[in-house]
Design a protein around this ligand. Structure first.
Ligand code: UDP
Length: 313
C-alpha cells in the first residue's frame, strides 16, 4: 500500500484517479482548492479510511505530515474558457504549484508525475504529434497562460531532475472526456451534450473542420498509473489517436442523444488549433498502454451521465 497525493483530486480526471488508486488498495490524499473541482465528485470517498481530503491551493505553501510515495499533479484549470477567465491562477498552478510539489517530492523522496498537455504543441506543424516535436506556441496569446505554463512546468521538473535528481515523470494529456466533465466548463463535449439534451442549438466554432482526438477518462487514468509505475521520465503522450472533425463530433452527439438541436456556426476562438492527434507509439511500445474505449461507446456513457444531472433536465 502506497501513500499517494493527488492534486486536483476533486476535478474531472483527478477524481477518477482517486477512485482507481483507492480500488488498488492505496492511501490517497486528495488536494483541491475546489475552483473547478467539486466535492460532489469525491463525496463517496469522504468516509473511507484510506482517503483524506485537503482543501488547499497548490500555489500557496503547505506541508503534509508523514510519508508520501507518489504525487500526481493535476491541479490546474484545463478548459480554455476556464483558464482564460483565470489566466494568472492557471499560470501559477503550473509554475509555482509545480515548484511546491517538486520541493515536496524531494523532501519525501516521492515520485512526482506532472500532467502536461497536448496544448504544448500549439498549432502543430507536425501531424500527428510525437513527443519529439517542440511545438508551435504563441507565447503571449490568450492560451499562453495554460500552454506556456505547462511547458514551463516540464522545463522546471527537468531542471529538478538534472540538478537535484528529483524522481519525475511527465505526460502530455490530449483531449479527454467522460462522466464528471463539468457541464458549464465550455469544452466541446460538455457544450454539445448539454445543448443537445436541452434541444438548444449546437455551437460549432468556425467551420467545424478543425479536428481533435478524444480519449475516454478511464483509459487516460490507466495511462497515468502505468506511467507513474514505469521506469520512464517522459514526456509521453497519453490520448486516443482516433481523430475526427468537430462537425463529425456534433453529428454523433445528435445521433446518440436523439436531439432535434440545430447546428449553428459561431466565430472560431483566437489561436484555436486546427488539428490535434497524438502519436502514441511510445506509450504503446514502452508502457504497453493504449486506449480501449471507442468514441461511440464513451460518448454514450458520457451522455448517460449528463442525463442524470438535475441541472440539465
Ligand atoms: N468548440 C466548438 N464548440 C463549442 C466548444 C468548442 O466548436 O461549443 C471547438 C473549439 O473551437 C475547438 C474544439 O471544439 O476547436 C475543442 O475545444 P475545447 O474547448 O473542448 O478544447 P481544446 O481542444 O481547444 O483545448
Amino acid at each position: 500500500m502506497k501513500t499517494i497525493l493527488v492534486t486536483g483530486g476533486a476535478g474531472f480526471i483527478g477524481s477518477h484517479l482517486c477512485d482507481y488508486l483507492l480500488a488498488e488498495g492505496h492511501k490517497v490524499i486528495c488536494m483541491d482548492n475546489l475552483s473547478t473541482g467539486f466535492k460532489f465528485h469525491i463525496k463517496h470517498l469522504l468516509n473511507k479510511k484510506r482517503f483524506r481530503f485537503i482543501k488547499h491551493d497548490v500555489v500557496k505553501p503547505f506541508s503534509i505530515k508523514g510519508n508520501i510515495d507518489q504525487i500526481y499533479h493535476l491541479a490546474s484549470r484545463a478548459s480554455p474558457v476556464d483558464y482564460q477567465k483565470f489566466p494568472v491562477e492557471t499560470a501559477l498552478s503550473n509554475s509555482i504549484g509545480t515548484n511546491n510539489l517538486a520541493k515536496l517530492a524531494l523532501k519525501k523522496n516521492a515520485t512526482l508525475l506532472f500532467t502536461s498537455t497536448s496544448e504544448s504543441y500549439g498549432e502543430p506543424k507536425e501531424h500527428p504529434q510525437k513527443e519529439t516535436y517542440w511545438g508551435n506556441v504563441n507565447p503571449i496569446g490568450i492560451r499562453s497562460c495554460y500552454d506556456e505554463s505547462k511547458r514551463f512546468g516540464e522545463a522546471l521538473l527537468m531542471a529538478y531532475h538534472r540538478s537535484k535528481k528529483a524522481d519525475i515523470k511527465i505526460v502530455r494529456i490530449f483531449n479527454t472526456y467522460g462522466p464528471r466533465l463539468r457541464p458549464s466548463d465550455g469544452r466541446v463535449i460538455s457544450n454539445f451534450i448539454t445543448q443537445a439534451l436541452s434541444n438548444k442549438p449546437i455551437t460549432i466554432y468556425g467551420d467545424g473542420k478543425q479536428t481533435r482526438s478524444f480519449c475516454y477518462v478511464g483509459d487516460l487514468v490507466a495511462g497515468l498509473v502505468t506511467m507513474m509505475n514505469s521506469r520512464f521520465i517522459g514526456p509521453k503522450n497519453l490520448g486516443n489517436p482516433d481523430e475526427l472533425t468537430i462537425l463529425e463530433l456534433a453529428k454523433k452527439v445528435l445521433q446518440f442523444t436523439g436531439s432535434k438541436s440545430k447546428l449553428i456556426f459561431q466565430k472560431l476562438p483566437l489561436d484555436d488549433p486546427t488539428k490535434r492527434q497524438p502519436d502514441i507509439s511510445k506509450a504503446r511500445d514502452l508502457l504497453l498502454w493504449e486506449p480501449k474505449v471507442k468514441l461511440d461507446e464513451g460518448l454514450k456513457l458520457t451522455i448517460d451521465w449528463f442525463r442524470m444531472l438535475p441541472m440539465i433536465k
